[in-house]
Design a protein around this ligand. Structure first.
Ligand SMILES: Nc1nc2c(ncn2[C@@H]2O[C@H](COP(=O)(O)OP(=O)(O)OP(=O)(O)O)[C@@H](O)[C@H]2O)c(=O)[nH]1
Ligand SMILES: [Mg+2]
Length: 372
């Protein structure tokens, strides 16, 4: 149980996307006790401290007055900014940016060896330059800044160790992946078609997975409830003939502006989806239109980069909680981003239109359809 008293800090510049609500959700999911928010509007981001130095002084006073234990910046901070902010706010407070927070939630939710290795790798790569930076900034907590051995600076040892760990983990991941490739081949030979679910985090993928596969995987714990890939067999009729069955795959959700180092960590998890025969792309219709538009664009970007070439069917989910008028707007926005004919309106939670969805999956997976 973490429960650190936490302050969120957002530096808003013209045209930047407000992130504070999303970061608030992720922070809560990672068990931070968010007690306040500081938003500063500026023309540009301060290169030294992200927010202005005066604002940071105010934040320091708030930290002392309210016994704040963690400060989370909603923007990505450079290593230099992190060290300067740490120096100003003191070592007692934990300083994070959105990426480090996402890494924490990834670590917390990692359930498989592969995910754990992927996340460790992402963190090592993300913090690779920190040793050098801490020396440049004259060290955290007075570490020595000169050579520690013949011609070797402390950061060189840190980097050499990181490099070693990185290549070890890469090797372990290669082994796991080749075993998984074997499994996939086996699945392919068994004649089962594969249907994968994709979409923004919290759009309702696992809720449908549980419904279809009679499973009870965790849902609704906030962003990134699911990190690993799960596969189960689903039958669209009572006999379990392979022509009526398919394998459904649940996976990690998308998020906007994920740092490439973090996205790459999940590249293979996502690219597993590109081996599928059909993708169900989830859209959360309960979002406000502006949020929906941003999430649609983010989904499109990730689909194009990671999973292009696989046919997909869009599932507008959570129709049980929205009006017809709102749904029509959702459809209109979805069509602007995705040039597809087939969009189904469903509710993973109540099961509305799920039988229709199963029919459409069967039809799309039928051999004749697959050759089109
Ligand atoms: N009202 C309503 N809520 C839904 C529906 N589907 C899912 N939810 C809720 O939305 C939240 C997220 O659901 P999940 O199934 O965990 O979403 P996910 O896409 O798997 O999320 P990640 O694993 O984070 O990618 C939960 O609180 C669900 O109860 C739906 O059809 N209607
Ligand atoms: Mg999930």
């Amino acid at each position: 149980m973490q429960d650190l008293k936490t302050l969120l800090v957002e530096c808003r510049i013209p045209q930047s996307t407000p992130r504070i609500d999303e970061v608030n959700d992720i922070a809560k999911a990672a068990d931070y006790n968010v007690v306040g928010q500081v938003i500063q509007n500026r023309k540009t981001v301060d290169p030294a401290y992200c927010v202005g130095e005066g604002k940071l002084d105010e934040i320091r006073k708030t930290i002392e007055k309210d016994s704040i234990e963690a400060v989370i910046f909603t923007r990505q901070l450079s290593a230099g900014q992190i060290f300067r902010i740490k120096k100003k706010l003191g070592d007692r407070v934990r300083i994070l940016d959105r990426n480090l927070l996402i890494l924490e939630i990834f670590e917390k939710r990692s359930a498989t060896k592969e995910t754990m290795l992927q996340v460790t790798l992402a963190r090592l790569r993300y913090t690779f330059s920190w040793g050098r930076e801490s020396v440049r900034m004259r060290g955290i907590a007075g570490e020595q800044t000169g050579p520690s051995g013949p011609g070797e600076y402390p950061y060189e040892a840190y980097e050499a160790m990181s490099r070693k760990r990185i290549s070890k983990i890469e090797g372990q991941l290669r082994d796991i992946r080749s075993r998984k490739a074997h499994l996939r081949e086996h699945r392919g030979k068994s004649g089962f078609r594969i249907v994968a679910m994709a979409g923004y985090t919290q759009s309702g993928k696992t809720t449908l997975f549980n419904r279809l596969a009679s499973e009870s995987k965790e849902v609704g714990l906030g962003p990134f409830t699911t990190l690993s890939t799960f596969a189960r067999k689903v039958s669209t009729s009572s006999d379990m003939k392979s022509s009526d069955s398919f394998i459904i795959i649940d996976s990690i959700g998308f998020i906007e502006d994920l740092n490439p180092l973090l996205l790459n960590a999940f590249h293979t998890t996502l690219s597993e989806l590109s081996n599928s025969d059909l993708i169900l792309l989830f859209v959360d219709s309960s979002d406000e239109i502006l949020t929906l538009k941003r999430k649609l664009l983010a989904s499109r970007k990730i689909m194009d980069k990671e999973i292009s070439g696989v046919p997909f069917l869009i599932c507008i989910n959570k129709v049980d909680v929205v009006t017809r008028e709102h749904l029509d707007k959702v459809l209109e926005e979805t069509r602007k981003v995705f040039d597809v004919e087939e969009i189904l309106e469903i509710s993973s939670k109540t099961g509305v239109n799920v039988p229709d969805l199963l029919c459409r999956i069967s039809e799309r997976l039928a051999p004749a359809a697959m050759t089109v």
